[in-house]
Ligand binder design. Structure first.
Ligand code: SPD
Length: 425
């Protein structure tokens, strides 16, 4: 060979957008292409970016294959760099063209390290040899595949061992990843919703704070909450005669029943009335004063949840609350979604009254910035701290083996950092 290596710079156009956004498919294709081309794989690292795009590299003993995809353009750029005579990079080129269903591929080959221009140095090559690794024989192969939720400034990445569920529903992309740090993880349109290892923070805080400060809640309504965690926590309270849950997307329920069964554990409870329908419509049609607690367990204010962040919707929630009723919403991250955070508190106050709305915080590692907020809006007299009975809360938390909520957290959660208090003052 006239050079040390061959470098093919590849463009694939008019590929399948679905495939270019599927990190597992891309990883498998890149590894398969490397192996079929005759390479020995050492490591692969792949990231999926939210909402779309995949980057990754397969390190081979003979150099590397790297990719970046733009599903929105059906375009992938790939580098295939091989050294020595044993690997044919054009085999990898052809395989990837087929795997990505590319309408058109183009490539240029560069010779890297032209031997005519190189002069071998005179040095003790034996001294540079890593005796240990050469004794060990073939290199140990490792694999890194990452899910990444990001905006243009920050990102959260979780290493995973593959996707367990991947369905485009009528409303959103529903996926479950098997993450190494947080167990199975539900994402909707690429945004983290809940994970097996930290779900309890969100679900305990969104439910027990209102339930333990309402005089006697009998009927609760959950809008969204298709993973089942909110219903599971509410149904720990004997006071409820009925918990109605209105989830728009049956695929979310299906994914969680199959892959997050510890969260989706209350679907068979006879007190749960599960309705698969549009929560906005349900609230509009519900009679005045028909619920003691309404919990808006929504996704972020994009896609199907957008309408759950509007004045019209909250006015309807106010109407269907009983006299001492409480509305709880997940109110986003004060750091990450500061604009939405500020705006919705103004809206809540305009509907419920200036002193009737409170904010509380919890720490959820898989959500952007880890700092998450909830709103507590009271239609009547219920107050999150004045109506709180520490002994009762303590006994409840102990009886149910809760992992986050306790009588201390209940009170502390309402103590806001100054910058957060200022944002909603
Ligand atoms: N950015 C994350 C917001 C998620 C809020 N809902 C989570 C649903 C858990 N039941």
């Amino acid at each position: 060979m006239a050079s040390l290596g061959r470098h093919i710079i590849v463009e694939y156009y008019n590929c399948s957008s679905e495939i270019l956004n599927d990190v597992v498919h891309i990883e498998k294709s890149m590894e398969g292409a490397a192996e079929d081309a005759g390479a020995t794989i050492i490591n692969s690292t792949f990231h999926h970016f939210s909402p779309y795009g995949v980057s990754g590299v397969v390190v081979i003993q003979e150099s590397h294959l790297a990719i970046h995809t733009w599903p929105e353009y059906g375009y992938a750029s790939v580098d295939i760099f091989t050294c020595g005579d044993t690997v044919n990079p054009w085999v990898a080129y052809q395989i990837l063209k087929e795997k990505f269903e590319a309408g058109h591929g183009s490539a240029v080959e560069l010779l890297r390290g032209e031997k005519a221009l190189l002069k071998e140095r005179d040095f003790d090559i034996k001294a540079m040899r890593d005796e240990k690794s050469s004794e060990e024989g073939s290199p140990i192969r490792t694999r890194d595949v990452w899910f990444t939720e990001r905006d243009d400034k920050i990102a959260l990445s979780l290493k995973h061992d593959g996707k367990l569920y991947d369905v485009q529903s009528d409303f959103q992309k529903v996926e479950v990843y098997k993450t190494q740090a947080y167990g199975n993880l539900l994402t909707l349109d690429g945004m983290v919703m809940t994970s097996e290892k930290d779900e309890y923070v969100y679900h305990e805080m969104i439910t027990h704070i209102p339930t333990l400060t309402h005089p006697k809640p009998k009927r609760a309504l959950v809008i969204g909450g298709g993973d089942g965690g909110t219903a599971r926590e509410l149904l720990r309270h004997d006071s409820y005669d009925e918990v109605v849950m209105v989830e728009i997307d049956d695929k979310v329920i299906e994914a969680c029943k199959e892959h997050l069964p510890g969260i989706a554990s209350a679907f068979d409870n006879p007190k749960l009335n599960l309705i698969v329908d549009d929560g906005i419509k349900y609230v509009k049609d519900a009679p005045d004063g028909s619920f003691d607690i309404v919990i808006v367990d929504s996704t972020d204010p994009v896609g199907p949840a957008e309408g759950l962040f509007t004045v019209e919707f909250y006015k309807e929630v106010y109407r269907i609350l009983s006299d001492d009723g409480i509305m709880i919403t997940q109110s986003e991250s004060p750091r990450f979604n500061s604009k939405v955070f500020k705006e919705i508190y103004q809206v809540y106050r305009s509907i419920f009254g200036q002193d009737q709305v409170h904010c509380y915080l919890a720490y959820i590692p898989t959500y952007p910035t880890g700092m998450w907020s909830f709103s507590y809006s009271s239609k009547g007299k219920a107050h999150p701290l004045n109506d709180f009975n520490a002994e009762e809360s303590k006994a409840f938390a102990k009886k149910h083996g809760l992992k986050y909520y306790n009588e201390g957290i209940h009170q502390a959660a309402f103590a806001l950092p100054s910058f957060v208090a200022e944002m909603i003052s």
